[in-house]
Write a protein that binds this ligand. Structure first.
Ligand code: ADP
Ligand code: MG
Length: 305
């Protein structure tokens, strides 16, 4: 994180705010709202914190507009694959089918009055891994802006938020992860508009978390129709938007939907742009993505639609 003033109290407030979100939404914390919801699947409704409710509502919205390609009830499939953990392995077909039968965002019952969440069937489980980090990034940006900080760049491991412009009055330039390389190696740059008070850049890709077996790579964005890691020719999708929550959800959604459907969907989000990277090293961006290629092993197309 980088601020124009390094007031310790701001750092402390940001870390506390982010930790609070983790304590509410992590599936790895037994007392979290999400863990409580999952433990009560098929049994009873659980009342949750307003932040948790907001994120689940938004996740269900993205499930609806993607016809379930993005689905926060993907939990059973995520834990079955265990990608990113020590014992990740390819599950049996039967186990995959069983997990798939538990996934359906329509069986998430939300009650706005009480902020109640009910998973209708036993064995269902929420996983907010594709959206909660974006929400935490938005929260951090809000805390920083409320403290009166005029310019900052916040990096949440793949989720970037910029506030204001740089000290020398130039626009922020953010490197975009090369999906063929290890973290920190860029293949292009997105330039943030100087007039944007707040902007976010979020990437979902095959190189974030994966394991390899028998020469095949298994990454962590899972298809809710096949039960396997999404395999559609994409290596990564980067979204730039005002809301990091939406950008996080959209990067995963567009990755899961694939290029053709993805580019149609993003057209309904004004001010939101996308950069798609394909296995054949071609790159396509939406018209106003403000993207410049820096690695010439990629072929670049700006789609003027
Ligand atoms: P990152 O963790 O690198 O920011 P993403 O935002 O793309 O990556 O989210 C990937 C995570 O989202 C997975 O680790 C898993 O927890 C969850 N997930 C995987 N597949 C789906 C899906 N089809 N819909 C919703 N969430 C998913
Ligand atoms: Mg995401």
């Amino acid at each position: 994180m980088l601020f124009d003033q390094s007031k310790n109290s701001v750092y402390r407030d940001v870390f506390a705010g982010v930790r609070e979100i983790d304590n509410l939404m992590s599936v790895n914390i037994p007392s979290s709202d999400v863990s409580r919801i999952n433990a009560a699947a098929g049994i009873e409704r659980v009342n949750v914190h307003k932040d948790t409710f907001t994120v689940i509502e938004r996740a269900v919205f993205f499930a609806e507009i993607s016809s379930g390609a993005f689905d926060p009830s993907v939990g059973p499939l995520v834990s079955l694959w265990g990608i990113g953990g020590d014992n990740a392995d390819v599950p049996l077909r039967e186990e995959i089918d069983n997990a798939l039968s538990m996934i359906n965002w329509r069986d998430i019952e939300l009650d706005a009055q009480t902020r109640g969440v009910f998973l209708k069937r036993k064995g269902m489980a929420l996983d907010l891994g594709a959206i909660a980090k974006g929400y935490a990034a938005d929260k951090a940006a809000e805390i920083i802006a409320d403290a009166g900080v005029k310019r900052a760049i916040i990096d949440f491991g793949g989720n970037i938020v910029t506030l204001g412009e740089k000290k020398d009055k130039s626009a922020w330039k953010v490197g975009i992860q090369n999906p063929n390389k290890k973290r920190g190696l860029y293949f292009g740059v997105i330039q943030v508009n100087k007039t944007d008070r707040k902007r976010t850049i979020v990437t979902s890709g095959v190189n974030e978390r994966f394991f390899e077996k028998d020469g095949a790579r298994y990454h962590h964005i899972l298809s809710t129709s096949t039960g396997y890691p999404v395999n559609n020719g994409l290596l990564s999708v980067t979204i730039t938007a005002d809301s990091s929550t939406d950008a996080d959800a959209l990067s995963t959604t567009l990755f899961a939907l694939g290029y053709e459907k993805g580019i149609k969907l993003i057209a309904s989000f004004p001010g939101t742009e996308a950069v798609f990277v394909f296995e054949d090293n071609t790159v396509r961006t939406t018209q106003w993505a403000n993207f410049t290629i820096t690695d010439n092993s990629f072929e670049f197309y700006n789609m003027q639609e």
